[in-house]
Ligand binder design. Sequence first.
Ligand SMILES: Cc1ncc(C[n+]2csc(CCOP(=O)(O)OP(=O)(O)O)c2C)c(N)n1
Length: 637
Amino acid sequence: MGFISTTADTTPLLDRIRSPRDMRRLEHLELVRLADELRAETLKVVSETGGHLGSSLGVIELTIAIHAVFDTPHDKLLWDVGHQCYPHKILTGRRERMSSLRKKGGISGFTRRSESPYDPFGAAHSSTSISAGLGFSVGFDLAGEEGHVVCVIGDGAMSAGMAFEALNNAGALGRRLIVILNDNDMSISPSTGALSRHLSQIRGIEETHEPATSEPKQNLFRNLGFRYCGPVDGHDLGTLLPLLKSLKEAEPGPILLHAVTRKGAGYHHAEAAPDKYHGVNPFDILSGTQVKTPAKAPAYTKVFANALIDEARRDDRIVGITAAMATGTGIDLFQREFPERCFDVGIAEQHAVTFAAGLAASGMKPFCAIYSSFLQRAYDQIVHDVALQNLPVRFAIDRAGLVGADGPTHAGAFDIGYLANLPNFTVMAASDEAELVHMVATAAAHQQGPIAVRYPRGEGTGVTLPVQGQVLPIGRGRIIETGKHVALLSFGTRLAECLVARRLLADHGLSVTVADARFAKPLDTDLIAELFSSHDLLVTVEEGATGGFGALVLHHLAQKGMLDGRCAIRTLTLPDHFIAQASPEDMYDEARLTARHIAGHIRGALAPIGGRAGGRLSTSIGGHGEMQQVHRAEDRG
Ligand SMILES: Cc1ncc(C[n+]2csc(CCOP(=O)(O)OP(=O)(O)O)c2C)c(N)n1
């Protein structure tokens, strides 16, 4: 394998590969040349589309060797996380469509069952491959069929609880299963934890940097009942091909092949800075420079990190926790200033939450900074370890809402519903970056129980940031603009769209109040009562699934008997389906949560009301919007 210094010139071998079957006819040296072509092609594709680069470049030889030796798709190949599957997609009939990678209607950035029979299991959240692979293996056995199952899992993904649970089960069941540990000593950031240290011991490079002389007698995998092979050079097809052939013929029983690879292998910019080339924007291959649109406002992630650092300077009980997402959550900035108060626990959201609960119980002020979708994994820890014990763990929930190219696996759609239904919890959403600063201060000061603040991916709105965050009164919203006919009660950053919708509706003679709820729990019931009693229509808006903020408002109104014949109410939420990858704009369009849609919803809702109200509003509204949910009171008056 050589360094790639130019774009792919010609790809004569790759051009002949329509499916892995075509590869199985190639000679060894041709497969080596194919690896160079596949590497160049992967680099070219990602330089144009952006996406996960380093991980894909690191598995070129593994991808070729597995497809050359095993009878995919009958044999099952499972990529853990799936972010390294681009070369696999290129070889399995999707090459022509790779320019649509991560775009609307295009090829997913992860494995997807619906996309190809070569993707037997969908992924994107890490550490599921061994469990699912074991399921396929037992499935083969129970159906009386022959077949191999190969799971490729990175050393980062191996650090999660699920991977250990699966090893534990697989080691005991003794079924035929091949786990390839793709050990590049990197997660997104450098791997952390005792497993990482154990792997480096196995590789024989711990501190002395001496090459491995012999296989260690004991290692985790052997002790759990796996036949351990390795460590081997995961870029050497001369080693991989015969070894995989021999493993294919091996006696039944779980096998762990330890392949040592380099993240970004073959592309010197990515090898030199593997964390920066884990996920990339489109880039120039020669210089490695990524396309960056100049930021109009600071990103929410950075605002959170700076606000947390500011609080931590005044309060030495504040602790920052990330589950292998130090750069993604901004915790890397906190770590630079407070290394002894910062913990990257690995891809281990469940542990992160209970670890934080222990810290809170010991009097510390832990901030768990975890993406909304990854926090899903730690739900019982949130309920049982945090909420039930009423421990003041602070949850900084990044990527709350739609996220664009990473698609539905990474969308933060459910956190409002799954947190605000829990006793003891306080749940906030920032409507802009200044609010986020105040909410970090509020969370830092809040000792009465668990508290969460959700904020989206991307840039803020450009408002002036406060010098210091102010502690907000718990459970109090605020009115931003006052009107007469309609009240828009927004939870989170759709507030900006609500304000635009207000202007659009003013052109139709409608006067709209816009309020920022700030809290989904506790609800500002006074504010809700005020809005409800003084407008013809109350509309809640949130960037979250059904069963969230709007549902809580409805519950409250129903409980108080306030739905029995007063005001019309609508709840605007994300739709009840997973929104496929697309640009954020297209996703908001599909979710019908843009200003235009909000205005349309309102006009549609008011049309019948206006008619019944004696024509007071009916002359000014056209009304065509489809309601996502309709909860109307009986005729008024
Ligand atoms: C549950 C979960 N938490 C966090 C992530 C974000 N994430 C994506 S890839 C990755 C690193 C994976 O490292 P490794 O398995 O070693 O693969 P590599 O990229 O090094 O090849 C992380 C943390 C995720 N996908 N799923």
